[in-house]
Design a protein around this ligand. Sequence first.
Ligand code: SF4
Length: 346
Amino acid sequence: MPLIELKHVSKVFPVRQGILQRVRAEVQAVANVSLQIYPGETLGLVGESGSGKSTLGRLAMRLIDSTDGVVRFDGEDVTKRRGKGLRTMRAGVQTVFQDPFAAFNPLLPLRVSVSEPLQVHRGQSQKESMTRLRELMPLVGLSASHLDRYPREMSGGQLQRMAIARALTVEPRLIILDEPISALDVSTQAQVINLLEELQRQLGVAYLLIAHNPGLVRHASDRIAVMYLGEVVEIGSAGDVYDAPKHPYTHALLSAVTVPDPDVQRTRQRIILRGDVPNPADPPSGCRFHTRCPLALDICSSDVPEPFVLDNGGVVRCHLHTTGPKLAGRPIVDLDIPAVPQTIAL
Ligand code: SF4
């Protein structure tokens, strides 16, 4: 059974303007997304800036309400939960954000901030929570003395370890990692990823890993979901998605990733997309990717592609698998893709 399940979840944000703050437009940040995260797995979420990845993470944690759809945690519908029921669910889903320096109050010693989840979710005093905090420090590669320091006395990597410790205090079953290493220097990034992998082996915690670096996501994920303009366009095992992408957007996104084998790297074709990501307040009709897709068919501008379930269990939303060339689940490389001289912004 999935730990978290999102079913046809959408999120619309109103855009307000003027003195009266009238609603002038609506942005559909997440559109009809269905996915599951299973116990102990890492689901990587990739896509360009503004694709809706972070909003999806906040919906999964119920930090914001969905406009449509259902969120289930451990088999229970938590879409409309409020008060104590919501707090209980949130104790099982913790978050680690991108900037560790923004995650802690600079005026308080770290032990105060790190013990917060225990006070909120377990009703413990700060004194009572110290036993758990001291237990956690070696697990994240720090010592108990670090708890008495202030954020300014720590490096970025140490602070991110503290943020991970804070997430672990209440023994969550899922941690949402929202760009957890992009604010760190390169040498520290690998250490934090190795730490997260080791913690997962020891504790069996699941991760939703949101990152704009597709190379990192491949290394650290069991499955990968690819988002474009609020929609999940492809989802599957990390190997299947990276080695044989089925959606033109996935293919373009991943073509920018350098592979370690120089012989394989030499044979790879970089797919460069035309144009910018469209305005999410006015998304293109039909397939949202059709204005940039080098393989678009006539049907793509009018009909929304339905999910196509692949033999390997993955899902792709693209007319190429059901119409025209009828890829029917075969990888995009089975087609000739014209090179279009423009850029993709990650
Ligand atoms: Fe391209 Fe059409 Fe597939 Fe969309 S549905 S990705 S426009 S081929």
